[in-house]
Write a protein that binds this ligand. Structure first.
Ligand code: SF4
Ligand code: SF4
Ligand SMILES: [Zn+2]
Length: 143
């Protein structure tokens, strides 16, 4: 798939993950097309994701966890804690932004935060350097 230059709504997963920032999306071989696409190349862990396949999620009108009566459930909070701690991004912040400010604002803020200042492609949360140009982006604005 390679690093994206443009973020689209379809790359935002129901849990709030921005799949454009995922190593599995950005890698060249057997790249994952993102949570919202069903494909054989999707990683096993994401194909069987308990959030994506959650029965409560299927009952929501938005297909985002913020519409669920159990939001934020323990599973989502644990995922969020891991990503905040390890990768400096928060699914819960993303979901709150979509709910309160709209998808357009999330896409704007994600682009501002995660686009490589050197080559203009999206960085990966899983890597400290840009996979396209190899430069590090030392300044990452707060979540
Ligand atoms: S592996 Fe999971 S988080 Fe990464 S792009 Fe695929 S669905 Fe999204
Ligand atoms: S917040 Fe609701 S829809 Fe999302 S994983 Fe938890 S129970 Fe499922
Ligand atoms: Zn770059």
């Amino acid at each position: 798939m390679n690093p994206a230059t443009e973020l689209t709504e379809s790359l935002i997963a129901p849990c709030g993950m921005n799949c454009a920032l995922c190593m599995a999306y950005q890698r060249e071989k057997k790249s994952c097309p993102g949570c919202n696409v069903n494909s054989e190349t999707k990683s096993k862990s994401c194909a069987s994701c308990r959030i994506k396949n959650c029965e409560e999620l299927k009952a929501t009108h938005s297909n985002f966890c913020f519409s669920c009566s159990k939001f934020p459930c323990l599973r989502l909070r644990q995922l969020d804690k891991r990503y905040v701690t390890k990768y400096g991004m928060s699914m819960l912040v993303n979901l709150g932004r979509i709910r309160d400010e709209g998808m357009t604002e999330l896409i704007r803020s994600e682009t501002e935060k995660w686009v490589c200042r050197h080559c203009g492609t999206f960085l990966s949360v899983h890597k400290e350097f840009c996979l396209r140009c190899g430069n590090s982006n030392s300044y990452v604005p707060p979540i």
